[in-house]
Design a protein around this ligand. Structure first.
Ligand SMILES: Nc1ncnc2c1ncn2[C@@H]1O[C@H](COP(=O)(O)OP(=O)(O)OP(=O)(O)O)[C@@H](O)[C@H]1O
Ligand SMILES: Nc1nc2c(ncn2[C@@H]2O[C@H](COP(=O)(O)O)[C@@H](O)[C@H]2O)c(=O)[nH]1
Length: 207
């Protein structure tokens, strides 16, 4: 998995947001990208899952068939890939390079398998885990989101238990943020990233 392609274009340090499905990763990263649109760029992953209402191809994900995804993986186009809740997901080299070429902070929203795989690359991101306050709250958020079938919901809750244990492994994450109150969690996320944000802003002002 060690790969120098993304390192060659190194600019600001990328950011990995991970944590259980439903913990609030997308909610937090959308807030961040809205407030700092000229600082962050989202690494648009590929997936074989169906788009949810309101999601856009090329913006939220690149939606592909299993055949296309597998062919691209076999062709070495991905930095990491994983199967989550029965669907394939992956970060392409192009997704990261597109953001890095603009000198923006590249944000990856990936599961724990992705975190393990990214740790074997040269990307060297800041690793942040977004955690729910409890499994009960997580289940309520996932149910209220109304995006999952009962089967998918159960798979995601099972993965969440494993994920929350995994996040306790020493050194796995630079920062763990409990997303109970959204504004508090967002404040902690900004605090964690403010140094990198200011670096990018400074370069933007001098160019
Ligand atoms: N602090 C919060 N308080 C209450 N609801 C929240 C909070 N943060 C997020 N939510 C809600 O919880 C649901 C799950 O959030 P979100 O979709 O951002 O999770 P996620 O971690 O990105 O999930 P996935 O990995 O499945 O994409 C959403 O409906 C969102 O509006
Ligand atoms: N390893 C990877 N995981 C990814 C990637 N893109 C998203 N994800 C993770 O999948 C689950 C489910 O996402 P959802 O959009 O179907 O709810 C979530 O934990 C994401 O973080 C990827 O490229 N690689």
């Amino acid at each position: 998995m060690r790969d120098a392609t993304t390192k060659a274009m190194a600019g600001p340090r990328p950011v990995v947001l991970s944590g259980p499905s439903g913990a609030g990763k997308s909610t937090l990263l959308k807030k961040l990208m809205k407030e700092y649109d000229s600082v962050f760029g989202f690494s648009v992953s590929h997936t074989t899952r169906n788009p949810r209402p309101g999601e856009e191809n090329g913006k939220d994900y690149h939606y592909v068939t299993r055949e296309v995804m597998q062919a691209r993986i076999d062709n070495g186009e991905f930095i990491e890939n994983a199967v989550f809740s029965g669907n394939m997901y992956g970060t392409s080299k192009a997704a990261v390079q597109d953001v890095q070429a603009k000198n923006l902070i590249c944000i990856l929203d990936i599961d724990m398998q992705g975190v393990r795989n990214i740790k074997r690359t040269d990307l060297s991101p800041i690793y942040i885990s977004i955690q729910p306050p409890s499994m009960a709250v997580l289940e309520k958020r996932l149910r209220d989101r109304k995006t999952e079938s009962e089967e998918s919901l159960q798979k995601r809750l099972h993965a969440a238990k494993v994920d929350m244990e995994f996040s306790k492994e020493p050194g796995m994450f630079d920062v763990i943020i409990i997303n109970e109150d959204l504004e508090d969690a967002y404040g902690k996320l900004k605090e964690t990233l403010i140094e990198e944000i200011n670096k990018v802003k400074k370069v933007g002002m001098s160019s």
